[in-house]
Design a protein around this ligand. Structure first.
Ligand code: FMN
Length: 373
């Protein structure tokens, strides 16, 4: 394997929303890689402005930087400018962002201590044991986030507040057609692992709820019927409220200002990946709670995201409650919100596409969409 292949073989384990892996790689030379960064705005309600994918691009670049050190190399990046014309004038299609990576070997370089945790890091959606985090653990995570800051919600009432907010937000996810089409495409039913989707065993739902979800999600009219008969309370308690209480803390990664430029989103993504890997190194796991931030941003910016007027007003409520929970802070500066707790066995795990499917030529191909599960 060449140096770029070795680095990418490890770095492909970077996380992405719904395991979409919105990137492809071109190996330019023995020392150069081009990363094509895609987004899922055309089909994912959680990524309508591309920000979620761009955060993941930042997480990937940080993972490349850390992985490179395991092979005695320093990674240097060039980012596309914000002025880049994203839409092809002729076809109207979105073009991927192009990130340049140059690998510089240095025999004195020591491997980054986070490198051994790149593959082990994983999302944990099941409840976690609510062990109190010690000051040294908090400090390690705060240092990993720099120059961004961590705001902790660690006491029972603070966790209950964020858990209740996530549970309210989950009603939007469970009742809008735009989210239904995403979930239908990204859940791999009856599996413990998936190369390009979320295995249902990783979702944090017990067998009864999983069977109900699978039945209800066969079609949109059926889901609406089941929601009418049974309501959404049970899944929201099981998937959002209880896990939100049962964890050590919720940690928000907060930037100095709203990450409105690509460079700021990349910087935030890089810090978040360091936080996640540091948590893994400390024997902990995380579950991002990204959709409340996304819906709150849509509400603040008046972004149309659904045909459901009720969900629009629920997003405004989520935005107001986030603002209250982050009292004294600008909620738009919150780049990441996740619960964290001691690691426990994974019942299902998203894998990754093999490297040979991620390496492509020039010009970059269109990003394939996952087939409906
Ligand atoms: C930008 C971004 C947003 C995410 N949002 C959520 C979320 O809201 N809820 C959740 O359970 N997982 C979320 N995830 C976790 C991904 O689904 C997960 O990282 C991916 O499926 C790969 O699985 P792994 O982390 O176990 O390797 C998010 C990940 C990223 C990078």
């Amino acid at each position: 394997m060449s140096l770029p292949e070795k680095v990418l073989e490890l770095a492909r384990w970077a996380p992405s929303g719904d395991n979409s892996q919105p990137w492809r790689f071109r190996i330019v030379s023995e020392r150069e890689i081009e990363v094509y960064g895609y987004d899922t705005r055309s089909h994912c309600v959680y990524d309508l402005d591309g920000w979620s994918s761009e955060l993941a691009h930042g997480m990937l670049l940080e993972t490349i930087a850390i992985a490179a050190t395991a092979y005695g190399a320093r990674a240097h990046f060039t980012l596309p400018g914000d002025a880049m014309q994203r839409r092809d004038a002729a076809t109207g299609e979105m073009r991927p962002l192009r990130y340049g990576v140059r690998l510089e070997t240095d025999s004195t370089l020591r491997p980054d201590p986070l490198a051994p945790f790149i593959v082990a890091r994983s999302v944990q959606r099941w409840p976690m044991y609510p062990r109190v985090l010690g000051p040294a653990e908090r400090q390690s995570i705060e240092e990993a986030a720099r120059p961004l800051q961590i705001k902790w919600f660690a006491s029972w009432p603070e966790r209950a507040r964020i858990a209740a907010l996530c549970m309210k937000n989950a009603r939007i996810r469970m009742t809008i057609p735009e989210a239904y089409s995403v979930h239908r495409a990204v859940i791999a039913w009856g599996s413990r692992s998936s190369e390009d989707r979320l295995p249902d065993r990783s979702l944090g739902a017990g067998p009864v709820l999983l069977a109900m979800m699978r039945y209800a999600m066969k079609s949109w009219p059926r889901l609406q019927r089941v929601n009418r008969w049974t309501g959404t309370l049970l899944p929201r308690v099981e998937l959002d409220f209880l896990p939100g209480l049962l964890c050590s803390a919720h940690a928000a990664v907060v930037a100095e200002r709203e990450p409105t430029s690509l460079a700021e989103r990349i910087a935030a993504g890089r810090a978040i990946q360091r936080v996640w890997l540091t948590a893994t190194k400390l024997g902990m796991q995380m579950q991002p709670q990204h959709t409340p931030l996304v819906f709150a941003r849509y509400a603040r910016r008046g972004q149309r995201f659904t045909s459901s007027p009720k969900a629009v007003s629920e997003a405004a409520t989520v935005a107001a409650e986030l603002e209250a929970a982050f009292a004294g802070m600008e909620p738009a500066n919150v780049a990441w919100l996740a619960r964290i707790g001691p690691a426990r066995r994974l019942r299902g795990r998203s894998l990754r596409l093999p490297l040979d499917r991620l390496i492509v030529g020039e010009p970059p191909p269109a990003l394939p969409q996952p087939a409906s599960g």
